[in-house]
Design a protein around this ligand. Structure first.
Ligand SMILES: [Zn+2]
Length: 191
């Protein structure tokens, strides 16, 4: 699957929007990605994650983990493709934690996944969760890399699509200069 084919899926499901958006960072951007609109289609989730799993097939992965909520279906479907179990970490008082009886055995080989990586912050936090539990964070993957390839996660990292989308401060935003006002769709769903 080429990155154009992946982007076409995002476009077709309305998950890749063009316009004038206010990101949670306060910056403005012409693109907005909502992977949930792709992942609501189980067949598409399965297809994309099977593709995401490919480069990790020979890495002896034993568990796939993602930060909730955005990454949960990506974890589940990537784990399906690898024939291993899928877990997720969730925020308790702002900190990512394993709950619900999820465990990582000491030395277990773990793949960390996400829907979209922008700065890589939550992926890095998830890698810390793995280490704290005694596991080995072998690699990381995401459907979309919005960092333009700049995110440094400290482990091998693959994505299906790399996007370099410019962001602007309100003062420097060309769309604001043209008289437009940014829209804030959703809240934390905004990547
Ligand atoms: Zn603007």
């Amino acid at each position: 699957m080429t990155s154009d084919e992946v982007l076409a899926i995002y476009q077709k499901t309305g998950a890749l929007l063009s316009g004038h958006f206010l990101l949670s960072s306060g910056l403005h951007s012409e693109k907005y990605l909502q992977s949930a609109l792709v992942l609501q289609q189980p067949d598409l989730a399965m297809k994309l994650c099977a593709e995401l799993a490919k480069p990790f097939k020979d890495m002896k992965i034993e568990v796939v983990i993602a930060p909730a909520l955005g990454g949960v279906f990506v974890s589940h479907e990537t784990a399906r493709a690898l024939g291993v179990r899928a877990i997720f970490a969730e925020r308790v008082g702002g900190e990512l934690t394993l709950r619900r009886g999820f465990t990582i055995k000491p030395g277990e080989r773990v793949l960390v996944v996400e829907d979209v990586i922008t700065t890589g912050k939550s992926t890095k936090e998830t890698i810390e969760v793995v280490k704290k539990a005694g596991g080995v964070a072998v690699a990381a993957g995401s459907l979309v890399d919005r960092s333009g390839g700049k995110a440094d996660l400290g482990v091998p990292y693959k994505s299906l699509v790399t996007l370099e989308v410019p962001t602007y401060t309100p003062e420097a935003c060309p769309m604001c200069k043209a008289g437009g006002a940014p829209v804030k769709p959703g809240s934390r769903g905004l990547k």
